[in-house]
Design a protein around this ligand. Structure first.
Ligand code: MG
Length: 322
C-alpha cells in the first residue's frame, strides 16, 4: 500500500542538512556488479532517464581494462552517446579510472570528472589491486596529479572503511590515515565505502568524528553504504548528523553485493530519496520518475529491483512508466 500521491509525508528532524547531493552510481557500480551485460544504447538511455529525474551527478562507467569488467567494456562507445542535448547541461558524469591508462582513455573522450578506487585494508588492496595500500597510493599519485592538471575534478573511493572479510573490524585510525593520504594526493572528495555492508551507526559516527578531528571537513566526504545487513539508511542518517551532505546510491539498488553473494548491495536511490524527502531534505529528485526508471531497467536486467521503495511504489498509478 502507498499514500495517495506515492510520496512520503514530510516531518523534519533537527540537526540535519537542508539539502543532500546524491552521487548516483547505478550505471557504474550497479551495472558492474550485475550478471547481465546491458547493451550500450540501453545504458545511454538509462543515464538520460536518470538525469531527467533531477539527479545531477551520475557516475557513468569505468575505464578499467575490459577483461576485468566485461559489463563496462563499452565505455568508449557509451561516452559519445551522452554528449547530446538530452542531458541537462549541468549534469556531472564522472567515470572511474583505475590507472594512468584509464585516465588517458577518459581524457581522450573529454571526460570532466574522474574517480580512483583505493582500499583502507591490505587484504582488499591485494585482492582488488594486487598491490599494498602504499603501492596503490603511489600508483594513484600521478593519475590524480595529471587529472588535476587537466582541470578535472577527482573523487577518491576508499573501500573497506568499516569491516573487511579477511581482516574483520578495520581500526578507525587506519581508515583516517589512508583517507588523509588520498586527500593529500589531491582528491577533491573522498567517498567512504562500507564495501561488505557491515557498518552500524555508532561506527559511522566514530569514523566521521575521528576524520573531523584529523582535519578532514565533512564537506569533502561522501558515504557509500551497502544494504547487505539492512543498515544502509541508518548509517546514512548517522552520517548526515555528522555533517555529511553527499551520499552515494544506486537506482533500484542495482549491483548485488559482489563480495557477500547477496541480492542486496548498494543502497537504493529510491529508498534514500524516500527517507530524505520524508525528513524535508531537498534532493532535486523526482521520486516517481526515478521509480519508473528502475522498473524499466529491471525489465532489461530480467530481475526485480531489490529496493523496498521501488517494490512499494511500482504498483502506484502515479509511478507507472508513461
Ligand atoms: Mg557500491
Amino acid at each position: 500500500m502507498s499514500l495517495p500521491d506515492g510520496l512520503p509525508m514530510t516531518v523534519p528532524a533537527p540537526g540535519l542538512p537542508a539539502r543532500v547531493r546524491i552521487h548516483e552510481v547505478g550505471p557504474r557500480d550497479g551495472l558492474q556488479n550485475e550478471q547481465a551485460v546491458v547493451p550500450v544504447e540501453i545504458k545511454a538511455e538509462f543515464i538520460r532517464r536518470l538525469a531527467a529525474t533531477g539527479l545531477d551527478t551520475i557516475e557513468a562507467t569505468s575505464f578499467v581494462h575490459p577483461r576485468w569488467v566485461p559489463q563496462l567494456a563499452d565505455a568508449e562507445q557509451l561516452m559519445p552517446l551522452l554528449g547530446g542535448p538530452e542531458l541537462a547541461a549541468g549534469t556531472r558524469l564522472p567515470v572511474l579510472v583505475p590507472n594512468d591508462r584509464g585516465l588517458e582513455r577518459a581524457l581522450a573522450l573529454g571526460v570532466r570528472e574522474v574517480a580512483v578506487f583505493g582500499s583502507a585494508t591490505e587484504s582488499f588492496a591485494k585482492a582488488n589491486l594486487n598491490r599494498t595500500v602504499e603501492e596503490s597510493l603511489a600508483m594513484f599519485e600521478p593519475v590524480v596529479a595529471k587529472a588535476a592538471a587537466a582541470g578535472l575534478r577527482v573523487r577518491g573511493y576508499l573501500s573497506m572503511c568499516f569491516g573487511d572479510p579477511w581482516e574483520g573490524a578495520v581500526p578507525v585510525d587506519q581508515v583516517v590515515r589512508v583517507s588523509r593520504q588520498l586527500l593529500d594526493l589531491g582528491c577533491d572528495e573522498l567517498s567512504l565505502g562500507d564495501t561488505i555492508g557491515v557498518a552500524t551507526p555508532g561506527h559511522v559516527a566514530a569514523l566521521l568524528t575521528a576524520l573531523g578531528a584529523a582535519g578532514v571537513p565533512a564537506g569533502r566526504l561522501a558515504v557509500h553504504f551497502h544494504d547487505t545487513y539492512g543498515q544502509a539508511l541508518a548509517n546514512t542518517l548517522a552520517a548526515l548528523q555528522q555533517g555529511v551532505t553527499t551520499v552515494d546510491a544506486s537506482a533500484g539498488g542495482l549491483g548485488g553485493c559482489p563480495y557477500a553473494k547477496s541480492a542486496t548491495g548498494n543502497l537504493a536511490t529510491e529508498d534514500l530519496v524516500w527517507m530524505l524527502h520524508g525528513l524535508g531534505i531537498e534532493t532535486g529528485v523526482d521520486l516517481g520518475r526515478l521509480t519508473a526508471t528502475s522498473v524499466w531497467m529491471a525489465a532489461h536486467l530480467g530481475r526485480p529491483s531489490p529496493s523496498r521503495t521501488v517494490r512499494a511504489l511500482a504498483g502506484t498509478p502515479s509511478h507507472q512508466e508513461s
